[in-house]
Design a protein around this ligand. Sequence first.
Ligand code: PRX
Length: 663
Amino acid sequence: MTQERITTLLTENRSYLPPEHGKSSAWISGTEEARAICQRALDDPDDFWAARATQLIHWYKRWDKVLESDEVNHKYRWFTNAKLNASFNCIDRHIISGRRNKAALIWQGEREMDVRCFTYQMLYTEVCRVAHALNSLHVKKGDRVALYMPMIPELVISMLACARIGAIHTAIFSGYAEGGVRSRIQDSKAKVVITADGVIRAGSVKPLKANLDPILEKCPSVAHVLVVHHANMQDVNMVKNRDIWWHDLVEDFTLDVDFPCVPMDANDPLFLLHTSGSTGKPSGILHSTGGYLTYAAHTSQWIFDMRDDDVYWCTADMGWITGHTYGVYGPLSLGATTLMFEGVPTYPKPDRYWRIVEKFRVNILYTAPTVIRSLMRMGEAWPERYDLRTLRVLGSVGEPINPEAWEWFHKVIGGGELPIVDTWWQTESGGAMISPFPYASRLKPGSASFPLPGIDAVVMGDAKKDGEDVSHENTKAGHLVIRKPWPGMMLGVYNDEEKYQSYFKRFGYFDSGDGAEIDEDGYFWILGRMDDNINVSGHRLSTAEIEAVLTANQYVSEAAVVSMPHEIKGEAIYAYVVLKDDIAWTDDIRKLLKEAIRKNIGALASPEYIQFVESMPKTQSGKIIRRMLRKIAGNVYDDIGDTTALARPEVIDEIIYGHKNIL
Ligand code: PRX
């Protein structure tokens, strides 16, 4: 993040009080109540989490211990020996308690007239059928099932069917391409992949099953592929004895056959989700059943003030952690109505979101700053056409929200009244960690406000002294570190204990990888990633992963990828590339490299610019100084840092010259 942007955030001094109306019936009403809850969670965390787990979740058997900690190995196990099933909690329980006819899932397809709605009873029937189908493919407790699917109800149904069986689902974002999909399937050793013929996006159909076929040639673990016929694609290649149409298999199972939920241990994994790690390889973040579900329900209820009759819309793709926690597990475990949208905000017109809010009378809208910025650009006339008065709470996630976007969201969408919950968290945390309560926190645009109850977040410096880290709390700006475990915390990193341990290496506590600053009122301001991850439109990407694709190319000798500020995306990717000695810089090579990234990772990782350079700024020991490259990519030329220590100081002028030409 640029210094300029940090300064803009930190000089913000506007603040907004929580709305009065709705306050009296809110789950947490008022600052005093919020403070008292935080104190309670601090004084007796076991009691606090046990109470929340009891209030929110149905357990077949209660726990022996709320938390078992192994401080040396940083292993934290919540609700030990308790038994539950996430699918039971998200479906059956609400049927038993008289809500069988309530809408559980409303789906809006890309085409306006494509709407499907599942009551809890209907969801139960579909989930049981798919559980039977998976069972017939020999999927058992602990097996992995990869979900490479568009935003269609079958994705949610598959997640809940896996949970019912005790299989571990691993969603793979449908925008990922070959390399990204292959590495995830290989890492998880999935037995079954569920996919669709294609994805419908902004009026066109993109193949999904056809993408998968060459990938699976190198994924020997996959015994079957279940294919949803969604985009009406013709000539879909179906491999004999391996591929099965969803409708052929699922429809075979009669409607009245229950698939009994498999009782899971609280610390059995519920799902696996890969995210960008600090190296080229994505980390498979593993989440528990008991702790994760408790945390999903707990945060959904309090940060969105979710009530029984709310229509709640989380716009994130279900393939990301936000979709898992706040699109599926949080709202459904609370018995709410969750809305799912297949399309994009600007197709066919930039009014799509507002049309959906009016059409379904949405009460809670949770989206990302990048979406807000892009819709803000389209002008107020689009939202003004619609009746948005049912909205009660607005939410933001994925990247720091700039105050201008916050103000627009608040005024134009929220009528100048609605609270905005800016929720900071990450794949590893399972649920929100720093966030306001909508009816209890004074809001400062651009700040995620305070850590939630039980979340011991601090900012630490990392000054070196005598070769050792000296971490001191509450320095002005520094590393955002969480000192105590929380129930949503990941169980581990799949197949990679070393990576799990790396989160604790620097401070002995969980290092989020983000920078933050705490202001004089105690508000947290998130400053962005401190590691080599880049946050493009709220999608976390690893620079090392992109660099690996670039350097794998036959013409490339070296590559360095950094972030650059971007008006809509927040951050974008800027790549510096040194070609091999006898290779000329051409636009064709640029195209080739972009194509390689699209193919290997996905379009979302495609660089905004690729600059060819003669050589990289390096230390005497040969380490590329990315800090300097980041400044140049952000058009900062006069504050590059001390160039005298570079092996070739003149390289900086050459790069600046090239950068100015490229823009
Ligand atoms: O840098 C932070 C940013 O997104 C990262 C986590 O990305 P991911 O694991 O993909 O999960 C995204 C959805 C939770 C964080 O390390 N981030 C997330 N929310 C915010 C944020 N940055 C600032 N403000 C936020 N509200």
